[in-house]
Design a protein around this ligand. Structure first.
Ligand SMILES: Nc1ncnc2c1ncn2[C@@H]1O[C@H](COP(=O)(O)OP(=O)(O)O)[C@@H](O)[C@H]1O
Ligand SMILES: [Mg+2]
Length: 308
C-alpha cells in the first residue's frame, strides 16, 4: 500500500532525510517513532506531495507520488500535525468543505459526514461553531476531515500531542478502527507508549534514518534484554536455586516465601517448563510478566531519551 524507498532531502545544510525506506501493508498501522527534528513530518510531507525529495521514490497504492501526484493523492488522507480547520464554522460545515475538495457531493457526501461524525463521536455537537470545542474534539474532527473520503492510505502526524491521557486513548481507539477497515496507516509520534500500544510495526527514526524496524516483540528482542517474570504464591524459597539449576537461560533474581523473581529470555517459550518447576517447591497463584522496554532500545540507538 505504502512503499518508501531511499528518500533523501536536504534543507540547506540540514539533512532532514538521509535514506528513508519502509513499507506498509493494507490494514497495518506503521509507527514512525522519533524525537523532534528526526524527519517524521518531512517524510509525511514527501508522501503527500508537499516536499519534493532530492532522491528516492514513494508509491501509494502502487502510484508514484512524484510522477503521478494527482492520482496518488486520490488514495490518500492526511491528518496534519497542526489542526487545519475553520474555527468559525461548524463541524459539519468543515467536513462538507473538505469533502467537496475531495470531489464528494450530494447524498454521498452527507452520508459520509454522518458516519464519520458518529465514528469520531461528535455527532451531537455537529452544528455549533467549533471554536467552542476542546483540544481533543478539534483533534478528532481533524482526523474526521482526513478520513472522510475513505482513503486507502492515511498519514497521521502526531495527532495526540498536548492531549490528556483519556483523550489520547480515545484517539488511539479511533486509529485502530480506521485500520481495521483495511486502511494502511502511517502514524508518527514521539510517545513511546503510543507506538507500543497502537502500532503493528514500528520504525525508530532519528537524523533522517530508520535505525531499527519491526514489531514490538522484534524490537524488544533486538534490545537484547530479558523479560522479568514474577511468580507469586507460597514457596520453599531456599530450594529455588537448586531446582532452577537445570534451566540455564533462567536467572533467579530473588526468592522469598511469597515470590520468585526471574529473568527469562522468552516467557512465551519458557513459562511452560518453569511453572512445573516452581510448582515442585510450592504453589503458584499468580504470574506477572514485565517485558523488556522499547525505551532502553531507543536510548541505545539514538543516544537520547524521547522528550516533549
Ligand atoms: N521547510 C524546512 N526548511 C528548513 N528546515 C526544515 C524544514 N522542514 C524541516 N526542516 C528541518 O529538517 C529536520 C527534520 O524536521 P521534521 O521532519 O519536521 O522533524 P519531526 O517531524 O520528526 O520533528 C529538522 O532539523 C528541521 O529543522
Ligand atoms: Mg513533525
Amino acid at each position: 500500500m505504502i512503499e518508501v524507498n531511499g528518500l533523501r532531502k536536504k534543507f540547506g545544510t540540514v539533512e532532514a532525510l538521509s535514506g528513508i525506506s519502509f513499507h506498509v501493508r493494507a490494514g497495518e498501522i506503521y509507527g514512525l517513532l522519533g524525537p523532534n527534528g528526526a524527519g517524521k513530518s518531512t517524510t509525511i510531507g514527501v508522501l503527500c506531495g508537499l516536499v519534493s525529495p532530492d532522491a528516492g521514490a514513494a508509491r501509494l497504492n502502487g502510484i508514484d507520488v512524484m510522477q503521478q501526484p494527482v492520482q496518488a493523492r486520490r488514495s490518500l488522507g492526511v491528518v496534519p500535525q497542526e489542526v487545519a480547520l475553520y474555527m468559525e464554522m461548524s463541524a459539519r460545515d468543515n467536513l462538507s468543505f473538505f469533502g467537496r475538495l475531495y470531489g464528494l457531493k450530494g447524498a454521498d457526501l452527507r452520508n459520509r459526514i454522518d458516519s464519520v461524525l458518529a465514528r469520531v463521536r461528535l455527532d451531537d455537537r455537529a452544528k455549533e461553531p467549533i471554536e467552542r470545542f476542546s483540544g481533543g474534539m478539534l483533534r478528532r474532527l481533524n482526523i474526521a476531515a482526513g478520513v472522510l473520503h475513505a482513503p486507502a492510505v492515511v498519514l497521521m502526524d502526531e495527532p495526540t500531542v498536548g492531549l490528556d491521557p483519556q483523550t489520547r486513548a480515545s484517539i488511539l481507539e479511533l486509529v485502530r478502527e480506521i485500520a481495521v477497515d483495511g486502511t494502511a496507516v502511517v502514524y508518527t509520534t514521539h510517545y513511546l507508549d503510543e507506538a507500543e500500544r497502537l502500532c503493528h510495526r514500528i520504525g525508530i527514526i532519528d537524523h533522517g534514518t530508520i535505525l531499527a524496524e519491526g514489531t514490538l516483540a522484534e524490537l524488544r528482542h533486538a534490545a537484547g534484554e530479558r523479560e522479568i517474570v514474577a511468580l507469586r504464591g507460597t514457596f520453599r524459597s531456599e530450594a529455588a536455586p537448586e531446582v532452577l539449576r537445570n534451566c540455564p537461560e533462567v536467572v533467579l533474581i530473588r526468592a522469598s516465601e511469597s515470590e520468585l523473581l526471574l529473568a527469562l529470555q522468552s516467557s512465551e517459550r519458557q513459562l511452560s517448563t518453569l511453572l512445573p518447576i516452581a510448582g515442585s517447591i510450592g504453589v503458584v497463584r499468580e504470574v506477572a510478566v514485565k517485558q523488556p522496554s522499547l525505551e532502553s532500545l531507543f536510548i541505545k540507538l539514538t543516544g537520547r531519551e524521547l522528550r516533549e
